[in-house]
Design a protein around this ligand. Structure first.
Ligand SMILES: [Zn+2]
Length: 450
């Protein structure tokens, strides 16, 4: 299996949005994001992606990591439990991960994952566990029709039994009913509570994560969106349910988007960035299907950073695939260089103003720019039309001087400026002409010329 042979090490996630110091030994391990508010309150563990083909759940969990701030209590998030299956858009590459919690052979490839998540569930601090799923159709306690009946799994909260003794949050049925009531105030088609009565001989459910949690005296719920909806709609329902759990249990939170269908869709798809070897940063927003000749480091383990826990870079050295959850965002075709680490920034003249620019930054250009380098360095503006031997530093460059098809984005706004010393790669900067277009559009509209 190709993805398993990846040589890439995943380093989550140092970025503008959040910092996590989790460092993983192997590829595609799930990540744990502990959002501790510092203010007293319960700790909720939220798990997404136990099955790789349920994107509503893991996208909702990912948004908790990237777009929520916890102001009271603690929220711990595992947004990508079955990360390999997520990337491969499979329910379970090695079988159903949610049937491995009762007993498991040591030789099972997911033995380590199971042990790691089990110990997190058993962590003394964890009070409540929500396991997010996308289920088929719509659960209804009565048989209404083929899509709405007691054998459907979507659009409900699942409990294994009514109560757990000696637990502050042990009244599972009462809590689930209250949360469902809160959710139903905001939606038309009602959620229900589905009690699987696992202890009464439900052999399948006895192998699941929530039942393992309950046997460890933890309050646990399955939260199900319906597969009848598109991904962002499922994530919307998940977040509505999760926020109701927060409110009911006294978790304080803020978020930076509106909990509407369009708000969730936009939040899922924007602000995805990947960085390589600290010297190349690529914005995955509207990125082209393929990026060619990306200067990666020769004879070296490729390190990448992403600001989003659903991003994975996998490949075999000839080509790398950048995935976000179930989606492939782009392919990177590398060209290998030795790296020059003598500088981490350069000087640029941007619309007539001199600026220090760090490698990895995006520079907004209105009209023109010039790269200023010491004579031992040279600039390569990818797609620059005017052929000049070797070095494009010191030349005033406008948008019309660069071929559109070499842009990083599909709209032809963002271009790569690469700096080299001899044959070594020093770093990359992205020049972005899109703001000018926005400004010009506004002017045109303002002047009534459209
Ligand atoms: Zn599921």
């Amino acid at each position: 299996m190709n993805l398993n042979r990846t040589i890439i090490r995943l380093i989550t996630l140092a970025s503008l949005i959040f910092i996590s110091s989790n460092l993983f030994a192997g590829p595609l391990e799930f990540s744990v994001h502990k959002k501790n508010s510092g203010k007293k309150g319960p700790t909720i563990l939220i798990i997404g992606g136990i099955q790789g083909d349920e994107p509503g759940g893991f996208n909702a969990a990912s948004l908790l990591v990237t777009n929520y701030k916890i102001t009271k209590g603690n929220v711990w998030v595992v947004p990508n439990l079955n990360f390999l299956s997520i990337i491969k858009r499979s329910r379970g590459v090695y079988g159903d991960l949610n049937r491995k919690f009762a007993s498991l052979k040591k030789t099972d490839p997911e033995y380590r994952i199971i042990n790691k998540i089990k110990s997190l569930i058993q962590n003394k601090k964890v009070d409540i566990i929500l396991n997010l799923h996308d289920g088929s159709g719509f659960y209804n306690p009565k048989y209404i029709n083929k899509g709405n009946n007691p054998n459907r799994w979507g659009h409900c909260i699942i409990i294994d039994q009514k109560n757990i003794a000696n637990n502050r949050f042990g009244k599972l049925d009462k809590i689930a009913q209250s949360v469902v009531k809160m959710v139903n105030k905001k939606i038309k088609k009602p959620y229900f509570v589905h009690n699987t009565k696992t202890r009464d001989g439900n052999k399948d459910m006895a192998k699941t994560l929530t039942y393992f949690a309950i046997n460890n005296f933890k309050s646990a719920f399955g939260v199900e969106a319906s597969k009848s909806f598109l991904t962002h709609t499922r994530a919307f329902y998940h977040l509505l349910t999760i926020e109701s759990f927060f409110k009911y249990t006294g978790i304080g939170f803020e978020k930076d988007f509106k909990l509407t269908l369009s708000g969730v869709k936009k939040a899922i798809n924007s602000n995805i960035r990947v960085a390589f070897n600290q010297r190349i940063h690529l914005d995955m927003d509207n990125v082209r299907n393929r990026l060619r000749f990306i200067p990666l480091q020769k004879d070296s383990e490729i390190e990448y950073q992403a600001n989003n826990p659903l991003v994975a870079v996998t490949g075999n050295g000839k080509r790398y695939r950048i995935s976000h959850g179930n989606r492939r965002i782009s392919y990177i075709h590398p060209q290998y260089f030795e790296y020059d680490k003598s500088i981490d920034r350069i000087t640029m003249e941007v619309d007539g103003v001199k600026k220090e620019v760090k490698f990895g930054e995006v520079v907004n250009i209105s009209n023109e720019f010039k790269v200023l380098l010491k004579k031992e360095y040279r600039a390569n503006i990818i797609g620059f039309k005017k052929y000049k031997v070797g070095n494009e530093a010191g030349i005033l460059v406008q948008r019309k001087d660069i071929k559109k098809r070499f842009s990083v984005d599909r709209d032809g706004n963002k271009f790569r400026v690469e700096v080299y010393k001899d044959k070594k790669f020093s770093g990359m900067i992205i020049v972005d002409f899109s703001e000018k277009l926005v400004a010009e559009d506004k002017k045109r509209i303002g002047a009534g010329k459209t």
